[in-house]
Structures are given as C-alpha cells and as structure tokens.
Design a protein around this ligand. Structure first.
Ligand code: GLN
Length: 479
C-alpha cells in the first residue's frame, strides 16, 4: 500500500476500485495504532463516524455516481475544533469530557466534500503554546526526530500528516500555530486571511486572531482543503463574502516576474545559522524561477511579540471566563459558588493558560488598559500598515517561519519568554490579518526541517499558494 497518499491518489484509487474508502480508513487506523502510542498525536479516534462516512462514499462508487472533491480522504481535526458527538478537549483538563452538540463549519464542509474524519489531534491547551508541551494529555513527539517537539500549538495535526497517519489535517493559527508546526514537521501548512474560513465551532482563544487552516503533504492538497473550507458562513459574521477563487487552477499560473519582498527585520540576530542558510538558499530558488527579489523594510516588526502577547492574552482572559464549572466540562464542587469557581478553574487549567488569564486580566484592568491594551491596538494598526506599505511594492513577502529548528522536548518549558520569542516571525501576519503559508525549505544538516514563510496581501491566498507550489515543484523541500 502506498505510504504517502495524496487527495488525487485517493480519488484515483477509489474510482479504479483498487481500494474502498472503508479499507483505506482501516489501513490508516492500523498505522495509527502502530505509531500513535509513541507519537501521542491523536487524542481521540472517531471510528464510528468514519465508518458512516466511508459507507456513504463506497455507495457512491458502487453506484457509479460522481465523487465529491475529497471523497474518502482520511483527515484529522485539531482538538480545539468542535465535532458533534466526538470529545473535544482543547488539550485541557477543564474540557476532558466535553462532547460538542454541533460541528464546526469547517468540519461540516470537509465531510460534505467526502472527507473521512479519523479523529482529533493533540495540541497545546486552548492552543496556547509553540511546542505542544502545554497539552494536559502529554507532549507530541516530532515524527522526524523523536527527541524533538513537533511545534505548536497544532503539533498533533502536523505530526499526523508528517507520519502518514492522515492525508491532511485542520489546525488553527492565532500567532503561528499552523505555520510553525508545519515548519517543524516538514509539511506545508496554511493560514488564510482573517475571515477567509469560518470560525464557527472553533473554540475561541483570541477571537480577533484565530483562524482555521489546512496542513497536508503537498501544496496542491493544502489548496484543495482550503477550497472546501473557505467562504462565507452566516454563523460567523467575521467570515467574508469575498468570492473564493479556484485555487487549484491558480496554482498553475507562472510566477515569473513576480516581485517578492525580503524584509530586513526578519533576518536579524537570534536566527539559527542553519535556518538562515536554508532560507537564503530557498530565496535564491525563487530567483532562479524568475521572480524579482526586492529588499523591503517593515519597521514595526520588533514590537510584534509584545503586541501579540498583550492582545492575545486580553482576548483569552475574556474568552476563557466561560469555563466556570456551571455550563461546560469540569466542575469541582464546593458549598459556596465562589469556591466552586476557584477550585474548578484551579484544577482545570494548566500553568500556561493561568499565566495568560492573569496577564490578560492585568492588561485590561482599569488603570492599565490605556498603557497596554489600547497601546497594543495602536501598534497592531502600525504593523498592519507595514504590510499595506509592503504590498504596494511587492506581490508577496518571504521570511523564515521560525528562527530556530525543532528544539528538544523539555528544552524551553521552564522559560516562557524564550517560548514566546519563537513566534517572532509568525505573529506579525496574524496581527495584520494577512494570509501566510509555511513550505518545507530543506533540511538543516540533512536532518531537521526548515520552513519558508510566504505572506500574501489580504485575500491573496491564490498568490501565496501559487508561489508555494512553484517552490515545491522546483525542489524547495530539498534545497
Ligand atoms: N505560540 C503562540 C502562542 O502561544 C501562537 C499560538 C497559536 O497560534 N494558537 O500564543
């Protein structure tokens, strides 16, 4: 059996009756059973739901009916995305037995397009983290180097794709959580523009930043998944009415003469020498493809980490107020209501989530609001303006995804600030609302993967995918 299935590969095999959707899913579950005990990438398997879906697909095949775009494609869903009837824990103890009564729109659309949901993937608690080590259910191991982290917070979603335990997955990105694990696990991973994909059913971390997006084994499959999940959803008023282009057709457009901005601020101190070498070689590859490289400045980049950690924690402190032991998940009983709240939240949340609730409450509190939260919002506008200025001159922006290669498990857990600094290149695009992809860009010393990040103008996903596809096809993963 082919180890590396692609969406087209699955479709062809089904249509030619080489394998049934049921057999394919069973094969993936076999692989999961073999590898998941060591990787810890799946938290919950949804075999029954998968069975219902594969029966539907196999009936279509048997009836000679046309197959939907993702027919029979085994996918995995990050555990912060709601799945009806299937446990959705957010990597937290506070939701350890929570079973959503409805599906996220992205999940509903995947299934309507024929995808088979294998299960839910591990992640940092409430998507807060960059290494997956903040999960209440234990860390995920990087399938490419098992002493290393897979990145985070969508570490499980990246690991399952890299290990061949799913053809594609959904992750979420608030400050880098799709792109950075994609980079760490050597798979393409995309965050569309804010508003491109409905957030309905995504359990909120920071609502003005949160986005759902795909990880897959190649850019074409990333495009195919985005195609299905993108577009207006009446359940999410921040989802855009802008039409969704045909991404897969756009992929084939020539990249020659496109202007690519290289922002000086993303190549400063603090970048690992091995990462730098790979990214520079990757950028050279674009030159060979006929693109024009242009040095640009994005002067507010230095403020992005501070701004992100003010705005994201402020929103998190408000969003996470709902976990009070009354309506959802865990409750630790006590005679007084206040003590019940305290005990429930004390026992249910992990250290990083508590740290962020405290930080967020602080930056929103009377007397500090103007100095931190309001200031943060103003700087956010300046960062967005940097992107607007850049896109007046260039068609896309190239940067590293992460300043460092995948680090060792446990190496940064005692130093939250070091962990926050790892987000330096990804949080800018999050604050600005622009789309971004991470594509594999060689292996450092032949081993650990580096990721090249491509930012596009708002709703310019097609351009981002087109460049990523050209890069991949030109051998970007092996530079
Ligand atoms: N690592 C960042 C954080 O900890 C981003 C997380 C995310 O994108 N969900 O907040």
């Amino acid at each position: 059996m082919t180890a590396n299935w692609t969406i087209d590969g699955v479709k062809e095999a089904l249509a030619a009756k080489k394998i049934s959707a049921r057999e394919l899913a069973a094969d993936f579950y076999k692989r999961i059973e073999a590898r998941n005990p060591e990787l810890n990438a799946f938290l919950t398997l949804s075999k029954e739901r998968a069975r219902r879906q594969t029966d539907k697909i196999d009936a279509l095949v048997a009836g000679g009916k046309p197959l939907p775009p993702l027919a029979g494609v085994p996918v995995a869903i990050k555990d912060v995305i709601s799945t009806r009837g299937i446990k959705t824990t957010c990597g937290s103890k506070i939701l350890q037995n929570y079973i959503p009564p409805y599906d996220a729109t992205a999940v509903e659309r995947l299934e309507a397009a024929g995808a088979v949901i294998l299960g839910k993937t591990n992640c940092d608690e409430f998507a807060m983290g960059s290494s997956n080590e903040n999960s209440a259910y234990g860390p995920v191991k990087n399938p490419l180097a098992q002493d290393r982290v897979p990145g985070g917070s969508s570490g499980g979603s990246a690991a399952v794709v890299a290990a061949g335990l799913a053809v594609a997955s959904l992750g979420t990105d608030t400050g880098g959580s799709i792109r950075q694990p994609g980079s760490f696990c050597g798979v393409p991973a995309m965050m569309g523009s804010y508003g491109r994909v409905s957030r309905y059913g995504l359990i909120a971390f920071a609502s003005s930043l949160d986005r759902i997006g795909p990880l897959a084994t190649n850019v074409e499959d990333v495009a195919a998944i985005l195609q299905v999940i993108a577009g207006r959803d009446p359940h999410d008023s921040t989802s855009t009415t802008a039409p969704v282009p045909d991404y897969r057709t756009e992929l084939e457009k020539p990249v020659k003469r496109l202007r690519l901005g290289i922002p000086k601020e993303y190549f400063g101190e603090g970048m690992d020498a091995g990462v730098r070498k790979k990214i520079e070689t990757g950028i050279e590859l674009f030159k060979k493809l006929g693109c024009q490289l242009i040095d640009i400045r994005m002067p507010h980049t230095d403020y992005a980490i501070a701004t992100y950690y003010i705005i994201a924690t402020a929103e998190a402190s408000s969003n996470l107020a709902r976990y009070d032991g009354v309506r959802y998940g865990l409750r630790v009983d006590d005679d007084s209501l206040l003590a019940m709240y305290r005990k429930t939240r004390g026992a249910g949340f992990g250290a990083e989530v508590k740290r962020r609730i405290v930080l967020g409450t602080y930056v929103l509190s009377a007397g500090y609001y103007d100095a931190y939260y309001l200031k943060g919002q103003k700087v956010r506008s300046l960062i967005a303006q940097d992107f607007r200025d850049a896109f007046a001159k260039v068609d896309a922006i190239l940067t590293p995804t992460s300043p460092v290669p995948p680090f060792k498990l446990g190496e940064r857990t005692d130093d939250p600030l070091q962990m926050y600094l790892a987000d330096i290149y990804t949080v800018t695009g999050s604050l600005a609302g622009v789309p971004g992809i991470s594509v594999p860009c060689g292996r450092i010393d032949g081993k650990l993967p580096a990721g090249l990040q491509i930012f596009g103008a708002p709703f310019g996903e097609a351009r981002v995918l087109q460049l990523a596809h050209a890069f991949e096809r030109a051998g970007g993963a092996a530079v």
